[in-house]
Design a protein around this ligand. Structure first.
Ligand SMILES: N[C@@H](CCC(=O)N[C@@H](CS)C(=O)NCC(=O)O)C(=O)O
Length: 220
């Protein structure tokens, strides 16, 4: 059976993406949650199961085959479960969806650093640096363009729920956690993401986790 190793649901945004991708496949899988940065973290990451990614999660094992890194997991599962479950059928839409997923994967480092994911918390809106503001503006432009060009009658970026939405789901939760103001179209999109059953299940399960990482519990 497929096995997915993830970090805490409360804080691990890359794990959330990998887990959403695996849920989308419809395949059964075992999951192992490892508490990020706990007392055994350094020792655990030396273990064979973690070695291929140098300890970073998510990691997907399929028998002896191992795939790490959220975007690689999406592509591996798209090959296995069917591309249409992950990417739009239309070529132009697919090109844009892949580009947006890749830009999320390689970019927005200021946003990721200054607004770490914590799906259990909501803080009062805080002052944002110019760099973070620019990244938020870029995300909103991408969302608006995808919705306008390819959203059709669906609720998601490209109409139906797909890999681009999975990549941006932790951005949606960050916007909620830090009270980032968004235009109405984005508010509707974010509501749809949070209502998606897989996203809702992830956030729900995070509430019961025992682990707390203090540095992510303070909005300062
Ligand atoms: N590019 C990787 C990033 C993976 C990553 O940095 N995961 C974090 C958890 S969200 C992690 O394992 N951090 C622990 C560490 O860096 O030691 C991906 O897309 O999966």
């Amino acid at each position: 059976m497929l096995k997915l190793i993830i970090g805490n649901r409360a804080y691990s945004s890359w794990s959330m993406r990998g887990w959403l991708a695996l849920k989308q496949s419809g395949d059964e899988f075992e999951e192992f949650v490892v508490p990020l940065f706990d007392a055994e973290w350094d020792e655990r990451r030396q273990g064979d199961e973690f070695a291929p990614s140098l300890g970073k999660v998510p990691i997907l094992w399929d028998g002896a085959c191992v795939v790490w890194d959220s975007l690689a997991i999406i592509e591996f599962l798209a090959d296995r479960a069917g591309r249409d479950k992950y990417w739009p059928e239309d070529e132009s839409a697919r090109g844009m969806a892949r580009s947006m997923a890749a830009e999320m994967h390689s970019g927005f480092s200021n946003l990721r650093r200054d607004l770490p994911m914590n799906v259990r918390k909501s803080f009062p809106p805080k002052d944002l640096s110019d760099e973070v503001r620019e990244e938020i503006e870029r995300i909103l432009v991408l969302w608006a363009q995808a919705r306008a060009r390819f959203g059709g009658t669906g609720e998601f970026l490209f109409g139906d729920w797909n890999a681009a939405d999975m990549m941006f789901a932790p951005v949606v939760t960050r916007f909620i956690t830090y009270g980032v103001p968004v235009p109405p179209f984005a508010g509707l999109y974010m509501k749809a993401v949070l209502s998606h059953p897989h996203v809702a299940a992830w956030i729900d399960a995070a509430q019961d986790e025992p682990w707390v990482i203090e540095k992510y519990e303070d909005a300062a």
